[in-house]
Design a protein around this ligand. Structure first.
Ligand code: GRF
Length: 321
């Protein structure tokens, strides 16, 4: 089991979603720990709960501060807690673009509607007014545009006759408390998920010319060339033969380069069993800090090493300049 991810939660008020995340983190197989609860409202009831549960808290009123100054202070407090992800849970302020950029890909929010419907406020009243059959909630990544980032999970909630914004809100809240912990757990565990890893590699490999999928002894692989001549240039070895790594196997220049790289960066490179002997270098992918640009470079290099001259010629010509 991988180490638990570190999650900070940012609230403004009640903090019932924060509580749902916190108690989910107390389950035996939880994927994350809550390492900080932060708020722009020192009186937020959620802060007192976090304190009672022994979770570190930080608060500072935003009153009298510019948006930039407050977001800088919030950023510093979060950064000090070294979270892998930051979960906004009823944080009622807009964030500066600079803050959002600093946490890009690590900042999540929960919103009480089925996005892209009803961004912003008063979502329940708007859904009722529109005569919708369902309301719901969404967990999404935060980008500069409000409530518009990639959707990570949703739950629909039936609207009942006689519902008011308050009765609907209470039911949506129950759904939120299920959705947020589960979605966050999946998100912070993605680095260890073989399916997610394979999709990242596939997106990079598919961008190279004349690439097709091909398995190698049952493992996912990528080949270059026509259907008849296709040669493998990348393979995913998912914890083969007792190895810890979900590794990308790529063609290095030979045993000398491989041993040199493995010695210099044993966290990244390894000598894969069986495959190593035929010149395949292992690159560990199931790490939170995998450098996907570097993976892309290796795929390109490995592609070049096995691609037919008709395809590499153009690249060699481009290298001259
Ligand atoms: C939730 O409805 C959430 O979707 C929205 O604000 C509310 C926060 O409630 N962003 P709580 O503070 O988590 O109880």
């Amino acid at each position: 089991m991988a180490e638990r991810a570190r999650v900070a939660v940012v609230i403004s008020g009640e903090g019932s979603n924060m509580a749902a995340l916190l108690y989910a983190s107390r389950l035996p197989d939880a994927a994350f720990d809550i390492v900080l609860v932060a708020s722009n409202n020192p009186q937020a009831p959620g802060l007192a709960l976090a304190e009672a549960e022994g979770v570190p808290t930080w608060s500072q009123s935003h009153k009298g501060l510019s948006r930039e100054a407050f977001d800088d202070a919030l950023h510093a407090a979060l950064a000090a807690a070294q979270p892998d992800a930051v979960a906004l849970a009823g944080y009622m302020r807009l964030l500066t673009p600079a803050f959002v950029q600093r946490w890009r890909g690590r900042l999540l929010n929960i919103h009480p509607s089925l996005l892209p419907n009803y961004r912003g406020l008063d979502t329940y009243a708007r859904a009722l007014e529109a005569g919708d059959t369902h309301a719901g909630c969404t967990v999404h990544l935060v980008t500069e545009e409000v409530d518009a980032g990639e959707i990570l999970g949703q739950v629909a909630v039936a609207i009942r006759p006689g519902d008011t914004p308050d009765t609907l809100a209470a039911r949506v809240r129950l759904a939120e408390h299920q959705l947020y912990p589960a979605t966050l757990a999946t998100y912070v565990s993605r680095h260890h998920d073989a399916g997610w890893i394979e999709r990242q590699v596939d997106a990079l490999a598919a961008a190279l010319p004349e690439v097709s999928r091909k398995t190698s002894h049952g493992s996912p692989g990528w080949a270059v060339g026509t259907e008849k001549s296709a040669k493998l240039f990348a393979i995913i070895a998912d914890r083969h033969h007792g190895e810890e790594a979900i590794g990308l196997l790529v063609k290095a220049s030979g045993a000398d380069e491989m041993t040199g790289l493995i010695e210099a960066r044993p966290d990244t490179y390894y000598w894969p069993k069986y495959y190593g002997a035929s010149g395949w270098l292992g690159f560990k992918l199931n790490r939170p800090d995998t450098d996907w640009d570097e993976v892309g470079e290796w795929l390109q290099r490995s592609w070049r090493a096995v691609a037919p001259p008709r395809l590499t010629k153009l690249m060699r010509a481009a290298d001259q300049f």
